[in-house]
Each structure stands twice: as C-alpha cells, then as structure tokens.
Write a protein that binds this ligand. Sequence first.
Ligand SMILES: NC(=O)c1ccc[n+]([C@@H]2O[C@H](COP(=O)([O-])OP(=O)(O)OC[C@H]3O[C@@H](n4cnc5c(N)ncnc54)[C@H](O)[C@@H]3O)[C@@H](O)[C@H]2O)c1
Length: 253
Amino acid sequence: MRGLKDRVFIVAGGASGIGAATAARLTEEGAAVVIGDLSAEHARQAAARLAAGGARALGVGFDIVVEDSVRALIAAAVEHFGGLDGIHVNAADIDALQHDTDAETVPLEVFDRTLAVNLRGHLLCTRHALPELLRRGGGSLVYTSSGSAFMGEPQRLAYGISKSGLHGLLRHVASRWGKQGVRANAVAPGLVMTDAVRRSMDGDACAAVLGITRSPRLGEPRDIAAAVAFLMSDDGEWINGQVLSVDGGATMR
Ligand SMILES: NC(=O)c1ccc[n+]([C@@H]2O[C@H](COP(=O)([O-])OP(=O)(O)OC[C@H]3O[C@@H](n4cnc5c(N)ncnc54)[C@H](O)[C@@H]3O)[C@@H](O)[C@H]2O)c1
C-alpha cells in the first residue's frame, strides 16, 4: 500500500486480537508502530514479537480512560519515532460487555465504564493525537466500531451506543480538520475469530452468525487489519468521515 513505509502509527489497544494484527500489518508495510495497551506486559510482548522479526515496534502500558496516560502514549511515539502519522483507536472493555444488558437492567456502572473506555477514551486519543498529526501536515485516525452500532440489538445497549458515538466523533473530526489533511474513519467488524472469541463463543453461536454472513467464513483479525492499513495509507487518501463495514456482508447499508 502507498504511504505506509517509514510512517509512525499508534495502535491504542493493540496487545491482542484485532489491534495486534493491525500492528503486525502496519509493520509489514514498513511502518514503525507503538502498541499501547492496558496490559503493559502484553503490549511489550506484542512489540517484542514484531521487533524480533526486524520491525520497529514499541510496547507501552496505558489506560485509555486516564488523560495523562493517553498524553504519555502519544509522547512515546514522538520521542521514539520522531512524530505521528496516524492512530488506530481500538480499545474496548470486553469484560463490561459481559454484563451489558438492556435499558431496564444494565448496571449503570457497566454503562458508564463502557462509554468511558469505548467512547470518551477515543475522544482523549483524538484530542492528544491531533496536534501531532497537524504538525506533520495531516494524518489518519481510524476507530474500531462494530456492526452493533447500526444493527439494533436487544442486548449490549451500552456497547451499541458507544460504537454509534464513534461515528459522531469521526464525522466531527473529518468536518473540523479535514481541510488540514486530517482523515477520520472507522472500520465496523462483524464477528472476528480472535483467540478470545474462539475460547469464549460456542459453536452454535458462531454458526448462527455465519448464517447471516454472505461470505462463506467468519472474520479473522487480518481482515480488519488490512482495512485499517488501507485507511491509514495514501491509497485511502480521499476517504474521510466514513464507516467501512468489514463483516463478510453480514450487514448491508
Ligand atoms: N472480535 C470481534 O468479533 C469484534 C467485532 C466487532 C468489533 N470488535 C471491536 O474490535 C476491537 C478489538 O477487539 P478484539 O476482539 O480484538 O478484543 P481484544 O480484547 O483482544 O482487544 C481489545 C484491547 O483493548 C485493550 N484495552 C481494554 N481496555 C483498555 C483500557 N482501558 N486502556 C487501554 N487498553 C485497553 C485490551 O487489553 C485489549 O488488548 C474492540 O473495539 C471491539 O469492540 C471486535
């Protein structure tokens, strides 16, 4: 892909699953990557695996709900690799998701935590990445949304709201800073078979999702990584303010 080599990216929530695959793909394209994650140990391990293959990768512990921590993550990219060209904001609180029910019953602490990580944290990443992107003459923000942002589901209320909120955030950022070379987009994955999903989801539930998927298989982390890399690259330079569904056709809009 054009324009990824020697660029600098952060994957915020990049130690596992989709984020780790995105970090790997970006380094395969010749970029330097900072992997930020709540688990500093896992972030460092993920970066070390990439570095062992010759990539420029740094692992940093950070908490997306803590502003100073987000600020330090952005600063680490600038200090280590000399600037910032893009950020993939990917973190989500998967534990809260297990208790995320409906409007009548969802515990308010689950609702608040979900929005703090999945939406407010994305605002913090945006706010602190923007000055660095503008210093480079522009850059790309890619958020990980979900099909649940527009499907309407009887459960997972907070999750769906948090992901819908990202669409408002990215449209705002594209409108406010687009003329200055900033692009903001999201990928909306369908069911992606990360290690965690493989461990936790039973076969019947996977088969049900496959049933509504037009493609013959469920998603793999590399499918989402490829879409994020494209949106980060110069091949995606005229794509702004969009939500790209990467779900084997499970949703059609
Ligand atoms: N796997 C799927 O089927 C699927 C489908 C649709 C959307 N998504 C979205 O894709 C993204 C990645 O999901 P995944 O399936 O790879 O799960 P994952 O749990 O492997 O990845 C999420 C990462 O975010 C990190 N994280 C959580 N809270 C954090 C915090 N407070 N600060 C910093 N990092 C934090 C986790 O440690 C983890 O590494 C999420 O936004 C999720 O909502 C996943």
